[in-house]
Design a protein around this ligand. Structure first.
Ligand SMILES: CC(C)(COP(=O)(O)OP(=O)(O)OC[C@H]1O[C@@H](n2cnc3c(N)ncnc32)[C@H](O)[C@@H]1OP(=O)(O)O)[C@@H](O)C(=O)NCCC(=O)NCCS
Length: 147
């Protein structure tokens, strides 16, 4: 399988909305929600994973307290466990390196155990825990130093 990681563009949003609906049936975000959150913050980034011209995963984020924060990420269920989440994570690190950040940062929860395992396997360290990060949902905070 040939996976291309590239910068996201306007025409990618219908794919993102489908991936959101499939990955988060109760809380899938729309283009407006994704854009409003990410692009109203400093240092936004938006990358996608493409297979045969089809967007099958994406990652978005921005700068938080001097770190590059991955705010949204999802891979189409048919394409999970094929290394795409890791490729996106590697690209987050590359963007952080190019921009001169010392750390990348993520938050994850009980809803996303795969994300927690992926992060730990790739050298992220747990730096915090918040009881009610998203309504009643707790979150684990992790970061990784950019080498
Ligand atoms: C979390 C997510 C982005 C991971 O993407 P992915 O493309 O499936 O991840 P990868 O294939 O790169 O996984 C690399 C490694 O991470 C670990 N991993 C990833 N998902 C896992 C899961 N669901 N359960 C256990 N381990 C997992 C595995 O060790 C995996 O390697 P392996 O498949 O050789 O065992 C994807 O599962 C997803 O979109 N989930 C739904 C949305 C979501 O939870 N987003 C994150 C919100 S914080």
């Amino acid at each position: 399988m040939n996976v291309k990681i590239r910068e996201g563009r306007d025409s990618d949003y219908p794919y993102l909305e489908e991936i959101e609906r499939l990955c988060f049936p109760d809380s899938g975000r729309t283009r407006e929600q994704l854009e409003q959150r990410v692009f109203s913050n400093p240092g936004p980034y938006f990358i996608v994973a493409e297979v045969d011209g089809r967007v099958v995963g994406y990652e978005m984020g921005y700068e938080v307290k001097g770190k590059l924060y991955n705010c949204y990420k999802a891979v189409h269920p048919d394409f999970q466990r094929k290394g795409i989440g890791k490729l996106l994570l590697d690209q987050q690190l590359e963007i952080a390196r190019e921009r001169g950040y010392k750390y990348v940062f993520i938050k994850t929860s009980n809803q996303a155990p795969g994300m927690l395992i992926l992060a730990l396997k790739n050298g992220f360290k747990i730096i915090g825990y918040k009881d009610r990060e998203w309504d009643d949902e707790p979150a684990i905070w992790l970061e990784k130093e950019v080498e």
